[in-house]
Design a protein around this ligand. Sequence first.
Ligand SMILES: [Zn+2]
Length: 269
Amino acid sequence: MKKIFLTFLMLLVLIGCKTNPFTGKSTLNFYSNSQMFPMAFSQYDQFLGENKVVKGTSDAQMITKVGQRIASAAERWLDANGYPGYLKDYQWEYNLVQDETVNAWCMPGGKIVFYTGILPIAQNETGIAVVMGHEVAHALADHGAQRMSAGTLQQIGAVAGNVAIQDDKTRGLFNQAYGVGSQIGVMLPFSRNHETEADRIGLQIMAIAGYNPDEAAKLWQRMKAESGGQAPPEFLSTHPSNDTRISNLTAWAPAAKQEARKFGVTSFK
Ligand SMILES: [Zn+2]
């Protein structure tokens, strides 16, 4: 029985491996967009219904503008690298929420929220692009679904024999991964690997969108400076940071600019 179970588990892992277009790496993910996106879309709408969405201000317009530029850059990159249609199920949405929490996130399928509290640290359009590129990268690379897949394996392991992935379990894992039900709707911290991936992908996308990737390391330095204060940024609780991150971003910026030049981008703001 145990052997059959282990075989099943291995099969599940094999079926569940997808290639990440941005890294070329094979990753564990057995949740499809058609499973993830409806959950994300309904949770997103619920979140917007329960929070104060800022409309029509220059800040709100800025979030939308940067979001659209980042999404368009991601699409151009995917098209050019043999992944046309990768974003076909995405329903991009960019909202600014009136809340002094220092936070921003992107749910699967392109559902983005910025909190007004992160704007002073972002400082300007390019700073917003750093955060936007990073958050969008988590969504593009299916990091949430990968974390849920790992969680599913744990659950299956915990209840050996009861191997069906039931709908309510899936929803429970989603809620856990995206902090649904908690007060501020934050996610569990990403792993260091996922953070590094999102940094690298985000840097590339922001450069293709015409934003200066040299600004990324500076944004994280500002975030780090805030971490010693009385109210450390919520963003850092889901985005554990370190000096390696800042030196990586500095080191990768020239390559991101080089990549952007392939798309005809020669100056960065
Ligand atoms: Zn992150």
